[in-house]
Design a binder for this molecule. Structure first.
Ligand code: YIT
Length: 317
Protein backbone atom coordinates (compact mmCIF):
# COMPACT_ATOMS: atom_id res chain seq x y z
CA UNK A 1 0.00 0.00 0.00
CA UNK A 2 1.54 3.29 -1.02
CA UNK A 3 1.40 5.51 2.04
CA UNK A 4 -2.38 5.74 2.45
CA UNK A 5 -3.59 8.63 4.58
CA UNK A 6 -4.09 7.51 8.21
CA UNK A 7 -7.65 8.84 8.40
CA UNK A 8 -8.37 6.73 5.31
CA UNK A 9 -7.02 3.46 6.77
CA UNK A 10 -8.86 4.19 10.02
CA UNK A 11 -12.16 4.30 8.12
CA UNK A 12 -11.58 1.72 5.34
CA UNK A 13 -9.83 -1.64 4.95
CA UNK A 14 -8.29 -1.97 1.47
CA UNK A 15 -8.67 -5.39 -0.16
CA UNK A 16 -7.65 -6.29 -3.72
CA UNK A 17 -7.24 -4.53 -7.06
CA UNK A 18 -10.41 -4.79 -9.15
CA UNK A 19 -9.75 -2.58 -12.15
CA UNK A 20 -6.93 -0.54 -13.56
CA UNK A 21 -7.03 2.58 -15.64
CA UNK A 22 -4.35 4.62 -17.35
CA UNK A 23 -4.15 7.06 -14.49
CA UNK A 24 -4.29 4.91 -11.42
CA UNK A 25 -6.05 1.80 -10.21
CA UNK A 26 -9.33 0.76 -8.59
CA UNK A 27 -9.33 -1.30 -5.42
CA UNK A 28 -12.06 -3.05 -3.47
CA UNK A 29 -12.32 -1.73 0.10
CA UNK A 30 -14.59 -2.22 3.10
CA UNK A 31 -15.89 0.53 5.36
CA UNK A 32 -14.82 -0.73 8.81
CA UNK A 33 -17.91 0.20 10.83
CA UNK A 34 -20.50 -1.02 8.33
CA UNK A 35 -18.54 -3.67 6.39
CA UNK A 36 -20.01 -1.96 3.30
CA UNK A 37 -18.11 -2.71 0.10
CA UNK A 38 -16.77 0.32 -1.80
CA UNK A 39 -14.42 1.02 -4.72
CA UNK A 40 -11.37 3.23 -4.19
CA UNK A 41 -9.93 4.94 -7.26
CA UNK A 42 -6.38 6.20 -6.86
CA UNK A 43 -5.33 9.04 -9.11
CA UNK A 44 -1.59 9.59 -9.01
CA UNK A 45 -0.68 13.24 -9.35
CA UNK A 46 2.78 12.46 -10.70
CA UNK A 47 1.73 10.10 -13.53
CA UNK A 48 1.27 12.91 -15.98
CA UNK A 49 3.62 14.66 -18.39
CA UNK A 50 3.04 18.14 -17.03
CA UNK A 51 2.33 18.07 -13.32
CA UNK A 52 0.21 21.22 -13.43
CA UNK A 53 -2.48 19.87 -15.72
CA UNK A 54 -2.74 16.61 -13.75
CA UNK A 55 -3.66 18.32 -10.53
CA UNK A 56 -5.96 20.77 -12.30
CA UNK A 57 -7.58 17.91 -14.25
CA UNK A 58 -8.13 15.87 -11.11
CA UNK A 59 -9.48 18.86 -9.21
CA UNK A 60 -11.90 19.63 -12.05
CA UNK A 61 -12.95 15.99 -12.15
CA UNK A 62 -13.56 15.99 -8.41
CA UNK A 63 -15.55 19.23 -8.76
CA UNK A 64 -17.70 17.52 -11.42
CA UNK A 65 -18.06 14.33 -9.34
CA UNK A 66 -19.32 16.33 -6.36
CA UNK A 67 -21.76 18.38 -8.48
CA UNK A 68 -23.46 15.64 -10.52
CA UNK A 69 -26.48 13.73 -9.24
CA UNK A 70 -28.03 11.12 -11.56
CA UNK A 71 -28.69 7.39 -11.04
CA UNK A 72 -26.55 6.54 -14.10
CA UNK A 73 -23.51 8.60 -13.11
CA UNK A 74 -20.91 7.37 -10.61
CA UNK A 75 -21.17 8.94 -7.13
CA UNK A 76 -18.31 9.69 -4.79
CA UNK A 77 -18.76 8.70 -1.15
CA UNK A 78 -15.51 10.00 0.34
CA UNK A 79 -12.31 11.68 -0.67
CA UNK A 80 -8.72 11.85 0.63
CA UNK A 81 -5.44 13.09 -0.74
CA UNK A 82 -1.70 12.98 -0.04
CA UNK A 83 1.10 14.85 -1.81
CA UNK A 84 1.34 12.00 -4.33
CA UNK A 85 -2.25 10.90 -4.93
CA UNK A 86 -5.98 11.41 -4.66
CA UNK A 87 -8.04 8.57 -3.12
CA UNK A 88 -11.66 8.71 -4.23
CA UNK A 89 -14.14 6.39 -2.51
CA UNK A 90 -16.99 5.40 -4.83
CA UNK A 91 -20.04 3.19 -4.77
CA UNK A 92 -18.90 -0.29 -5.86
CA UNK A 93 -20.20 -1.36 -9.24
CA UNK A 94 -20.04 -5.14 -8.75
CA UNK A 95 -20.60 -5.92 -12.41
CA UNK A 96 -17.37 -4.24 -13.44
CA UNK A 97 -16.78 -2.59 -16.80
CA UNK A 98 -19.13 -2.88 -19.79
CA UNK A 99 -15.98 -3.53 -21.85
CA UNK A 100 -15.44 -6.86 -20.09
CA UNK A 101 -19.13 -7.80 -20.27
CA UNK A 102 -19.30 -7.30 -24.05
CA UNK A 103 -16.03 -9.23 -24.45
CA UNK A 104 -17.38 -12.12 -22.37
CA UNK A 105 -20.72 -12.21 -24.23
CA UNK A 106 -19.17 -11.63 -27.68
CA UNK A 107 -22.16 -9.32 -28.40
CA UNK A 108 -25.08 -8.22 -26.20
CA UNK A 109 -28.69 -9.24 -26.85
CA UNK A 110 -30.40 -6.36 -28.60
CA UNK A 111 -32.87 -5.89 -25.71
CA UNK A 112 -30.01 -5.67 -23.18
CA UNK A 113 -28.01 -3.29 -25.38
CA UNK A 114 -31.16 -1.12 -25.64
CA UNK A 115 -31.66 -1.08 -21.85
CA UNK A 116 -28.02 -0.05 -21.26
CA UNK A 117 -28.01 2.48 -24.12
CA UNK A 118 -31.21 4.14 -22.85
CA UNK A 119 -29.55 4.65 -19.44
CA UNK A 120 -26.42 6.07 -21.12
CA UNK A 121 -28.57 8.51 -23.12
CA UNK A 122 -30.34 9.73 -19.95
CA UNK A 123 -27.00 10.09 -18.12
CA UNK A 124 -25.39 12.07 -20.96
CA UNK A 125 -28.58 14.14 -21.39
CA UNK A 126 -28.25 15.07 -17.69
CA UNK A 127 -24.52 15.89 -18.07
CA UNK A 128 -25.23 18.11 -21.10
CA UNK A 129 -28.07 19.82 -19.18
CA UNK A 130 -25.45 20.68 -16.53
CA UNK A 131 -23.13 22.11 -19.21
CA UNK A 132 -20.71 19.16 -18.95
CA UNK A 133 -19.32 17.29 -21.97
CA UNK A 134 -17.83 13.89 -21.06
CA UNK A 135 -15.50 13.56 -24.11
CA UNK A 136 -14.25 10.08 -23.24
CA UNK A 137 -17.30 7.80 -23.49
CA UNK A 138 -16.14 4.20 -24.06
CA UNK A 139 -17.02 0.73 -22.71
CA UNK A 140 -14.24 0.96 -20.11
CA UNK A 141 -15.97 4.00 -18.63
CA UNK A 142 -19.41 2.39 -18.33
CA UNK A 143 -19.80 0.33 -15.16
CA UNK A 144 -22.43 -2.33 -14.38
CA UNK A 145 -24.07 -2.54 -10.96
CA UNK A 146 -24.31 -6.35 -10.93
CA UNK A 147 -23.63 -9.54 -12.88
CA UNK A 148 -27.27 -9.66 -14.05
CA UNK A 149 -28.00 -8.68 -17.63
CA UNK A 150 -30.87 -6.48 -16.37
CA UNK A 151 -28.93 -3.99 -14.28
CA UNK A 152 -28.17 -0.37 -13.60
CA UNK A 153 -25.23 1.16 -15.46
CA UNK A 154 -23.17 4.16 -14.42
CA UNK A 155 -20.87 6.33 -16.50
CA UNK A 156 -17.53 7.20 -14.88
CA UNK A 157 -14.12 8.81 -15.49
CA UNK A 158 -14.58 12.55 -15.99
CA UNK A 159 -10.87 13.07 -16.57
CA UNK A 160 -11.41 14.40 -20.08
CA UNK A 161 -14.66 16.18 -19.26
CA UNK A 162 -15.19 19.83 -20.05
CA UNK A 163 -17.41 22.30 -18.23
CA UNK A 164 -19.03 24.72 -20.70
CA UNK A 165 -18.79 28.26 -19.42
CA UNK A 166 -19.89 31.54 -20.96
CA UNK A 167 -17.40 32.57 -23.65
CA UNK A 168 -16.34 36.02 -24.81
CA UNK A 169 -17.85 35.06 -28.20
CA UNK A 170 -21.26 34.66 -26.52
CA UNK A 171 -20.90 38.10 -24.95
CA UNK A 172 -19.71 39.56 -28.27
CA UNK A 173 -22.71 38.14 -30.16
CA UNK A 174 -25.05 39.68 -27.56
CA UNK A 175 -23.81 43.19 -28.24
CA UNK A 176 -24.48 45.47 -31.20
CA UNK A 177 -22.18 44.21 -33.98
CA UNK A 178 -21.45 47.67 -35.42
CA UNK A 179 -17.72 47.02 -35.78
CA UNK A 180 -17.83 43.16 -35.87
CA UNK A 181 -16.04 41.43 -38.79
CA UNK A 182 -18.15 38.99 -40.89
CA UNK A 183 -15.99 35.96 -40.12
CA UNK A 184 -16.93 36.25 -36.43
CA UNK A 185 -20.52 35.36 -37.48
CA UNK A 186 -19.59 32.69 -40.03
CA UNK A 187 -17.09 31.01 -37.67
CA UNK A 188 -19.64 31.28 -34.85
CA UNK A 189 -22.11 28.93 -36.57
CA UNK A 190 -19.94 25.90 -35.75
CA UNK A 191 -19.65 26.98 -32.10
CA UNK A 192 -21.81 25.11 -29.58
CA UNK A 193 -21.42 21.65 -31.11
CA UNK A 194 -19.12 20.43 -28.32
CA UNK A 195 -21.89 18.15 -27.04
CA UNK A 196 -21.99 16.38 -30.44
CA UNK A 197 -18.68 14.61 -29.66
CA UNK A 198 -20.48 12.62 -26.95
CA UNK A 199 -23.19 11.63 -29.47
CA UNK A 200 -20.55 10.22 -31.84
CA UNK A 201 -18.94 8.25 -28.98
CA UNK A 202 -22.37 6.92 -27.98
CA UNK A 203 -22.77 5.74 -31.58
CA UNK A 204 -19.46 3.86 -31.34
CA UNK A 205 -20.51 2.46 -27.93
CA UNK A 206 -23.85 1.23 -29.33
CA UNK A 207 -22.07 -0.33 -32.33
CA UNK A 208 -19.68 -2.21 -30.00
CA UNK A 209 -22.52 -3.41 -27.69
CA UNK A 210 -24.60 -4.72 -30.62
CA UNK A 211 -21.85 -5.93 -32.96
CA UNK A 212 -19.22 -7.01 -30.45
CA UNK A 213 -16.45 -5.29 -32.38
CA UNK A 214 -15.51 -1.63 -32.93
CA UNK A 215 -16.66 0.18 -36.12
CA UNK A 216 -13.22 1.78 -36.67
CA UNK A 217 -10.29 -0.57 -36.19
CA UNK A 218 -6.89 -1.50 -37.55
CA UNK A 219 -7.26 -5.05 -38.88
CA UNK A 220 -8.70 -5.99 -42.25
CA UNK A 221 -8.25 -2.59 -43.90
CA UNK A 222 -5.42 -0.46 -45.22
CA UNK A 223 -7.17 2.76 -44.10
CA UNK A 224 -5.86 4.29 -40.89
CA UNK A 225 -8.37 4.46 -38.04
CA UNK A 226 -8.20 8.24 -38.38
CA UNK A 227 -9.20 8.04 -42.09
CA UNK A 228 -12.03 5.58 -41.31
CA UNK A 229 -13.39 8.03 -38.72
CA UNK A 230 -13.01 11.23 -40.73
CA UNK A 231 -14.68 9.51 -43.70
CA UNK A 232 -17.27 7.75 -41.55
CA UNK A 233 -16.17 4.49 -43.11
CA UNK A 234 -17.39 1.40 -41.22
CA UNK A 235 -19.23 -1.85 -42.05
CA UNK A 236 -22.03 -3.91 -40.48
CA UNK A 237 -20.45 -7.38 -40.87
CA UNK A 238 -23.38 -9.64 -41.92
CA UNK A 239 -22.23 -12.48 -39.64
CA UNK A 240 -22.65 -10.19 -36.63
CA UNK A 241 -25.45 -7.83 -37.73
CA UNK A 242 -27.92 -10.02 -39.64
CA UNK A 243 -29.69 -10.88 -36.36
CA UNK A 244 -30.02 -7.21 -35.38
CA UNK A 245 -33.06 -5.06 -36.20
CA UNK A 246 -33.03 -2.41 -38.93
CA UNK A 247 -34.14 0.16 -36.33
CA UNK A 248 -31.06 -0.49 -34.19
CA UNK A 249 -28.79 -0.19 -37.22
CA UNK A 250 -30.61 2.98 -38.23
CA UNK A 251 -29.87 4.62 -34.86
CA UNK A 252 -26.18 3.70 -35.15
CA UNK A 253 -26.08 5.17 -38.67
CA UNK A 254 -27.64 8.44 -37.49
CA UNK A 255 -25.12 8.82 -34.66
CA UNK A 256 -22.03 7.91 -36.72
CA UNK A 257 -22.48 10.94 -38.96
CA UNK A 258 -19.25 12.82 -39.70
CA UNK A 259 -20.86 16.30 -39.83
CA UNK A 260 -21.65 17.23 -36.20
CA UNK A 261 -24.47 19.50 -37.35
CA UNK A 262 -26.19 16.56 -39.07
CA UNK A 263 -25.49 14.04 -36.27
CA UNK A 264 -28.41 13.10 -33.99
CA UNK A 265 -28.50 15.00 -30.70
CA UNK A 266 -29.20 13.19 -27.42
CA UNK A 267 -32.81 14.42 -27.53
CA UNK A 268 -33.26 13.13 -31.08
CA UNK A 269 -31.71 9.77 -30.15
CA UNK A 270 -34.20 9.49 -27.28
CA UNK A 271 -37.00 10.12 -29.81
CA UNK A 272 -35.68 7.48 -32.25
CA UNK A 273 -38.14 4.59 -33.00
CA UNK A 274 -35.71 2.01 -31.52
CA UNK A 275 -36.01 3.81 -28.16
CA UNK A 276 -39.85 3.83 -28.17
CA UNK A 277 -40.09 0.66 -26.08
CA UNK A 278 -42.42 1.02 -23.06
CA UNK A 279 -41.39 -2.27 -21.49
CA UNK A 280 -37.68 -1.37 -21.64
CA UNK A 281 -38.36 2.08 -20.18
CA UNK A 282 -40.45 0.61 -17.35
CA UNK A 283 -37.59 -1.75 -16.52
CA UNK A 284 -35.09 1.13 -16.74
CA UNK A 285 -37.08 3.28 -14.30
CA UNK A 286 -37.42 0.40 -11.85
CA UNK A 287 -33.63 -0.03 -11.71
CA UNK A 288 -32.86 3.68 -11.82
CA UNK A 289 -35.39 4.68 -9.15
CA UNK A 290 -35.91 1.54 -7.05
CA UNK A 291 -37.59 3.67 -4.36
CA UNK A 292 -40.46 4.39 -6.72
CA UNK A 293 -41.14 7.76 -8.30
CA UNK A 294 -38.64 9.37 -10.66
CA UNK A 295 -37.73 12.83 -9.34
CA UNK A 296 -40.21 15.48 -10.37
CA UNK A 297 -40.26 19.26 -10.02
CA UNK A 298 -39.03 20.45 -6.64
CA UNK A 299 -38.55 17.28 -4.62
CA UNK A 300 -34.97 16.89 -5.75
CA UNK A 301 -33.61 20.45 -5.83
CA UNK A 302 -30.17 19.13 -6.82
CA UNK A 303 -31.45 18.37 -10.32
CA UNK A 304 -32.40 22.06 -10.48
CA UNK A 305 -34.65 21.48 -13.44
CA UNK A 306 -35.77 24.57 -15.27
CA UNK A 307 -38.82 22.70 -16.58
CA UNK A 308 -40.77 19.62 -15.59
CA UNK A 309 -39.17 16.31 -16.59
CA UNK A 310 -40.14 15.71 -20.19
CA UNK A 311 -41.41 12.32 -21.30
CA UNK A 312 -37.86 10.95 -21.43
CA UNK A 313 -37.45 11.00 -17.69
CA UNK A 314 -41.09 10.62 -16.67
CA UNK A 315 -41.93 6.96 -15.99
CA UNK A 316 -43.93 5.76 -19.02
CA UNK A 317 -47.64 6.40 -18.38
C1 YIT B 1 -12.35 9.12 -9.84
C2 YIT B 1 -13.68 8.68 -10.24
C3 YIT B 1 -13.80 8.48 -11.73
C4 YIT B 1 -12.91 7.40 -12.29
N1 YIT B 1 -11.84 7.66 -13.00
N2 YIT B 1 -11.37 8.87 -13.14
C5 YIT B 1 -10.19 9.01 -13.84
N3 YIT B 1 -9.68 7.96 -14.51
N4 YIT B 1 -9.59 10.17 -13.86
C6 YIT B 1 -13.25 5.99 -12.15
C7 YIT B 1 -12.69 5.07 -13.00
C8 YIT B 1 -12.99 3.72 -12.85
C9 YIT B 1 -13.84 3.29 -11.85
N5 YIT B 1 -14.06 1.94 -11.75
C10 YIT B 1 -14.81 1.30 -10.79
O1 YIT B 1 -15.42 1.85 -9.90
C11 YIT B 1 -14.79 -0.16 -10.96
C12 YIT B 1 -15.47 -1.04 -10.20
C13 YIT B 1 -15.13 -2.30 -10.71
C14 YIT B 1 -15.48 -3.59 -10.35
C15 YIT B 1 -14.93 -4.65 -11.07
O2 YIT B 1 -15.19 -5.95 -10.79
C16 YIT B 1 -16.10 -6.18 -9.77
C17 YIT B 1 -14.07 -4.43 -12.12
C18 YIT B 1 -13.73 -3.14 -12.47
C19 YIT B 1 -14.27 -2.10 -11.75
N6 YIT B 1 -14.07 -0.76 -11.90
C20 YIT B 1 -14.41 4.22 -11.00
C21 YIT B 1 -14.11 5.57 -11.15
Amino acid sequence: QSNLPREFTEKYWISRKIGSGVCGEVKLAFERDTCKKVAVKTINKKDFPSIGTATRNAEREIEILKKIDHPCLIKTEDFFQTDESYYIVLELMEGGELFDRVKAKKQLDESIAKLYFYQMLLAVKYLHSQGIIHRDLKPENVLLASDNDICLIKITDFNQSKILEETSLMRTLCGTPTYLAPEVFTDAVTVGYGRAVDCWSLGVLLFVCLGGYPPFHTEGTDMSVREQITQGCYRFLPSKWDCISEQAKNLVKKLLVVDPKKRLTIEEALQHPWMQDKQMKTTAFKIMYPGGQAPSEGDTPSTSRKRPLDDQEQPPG
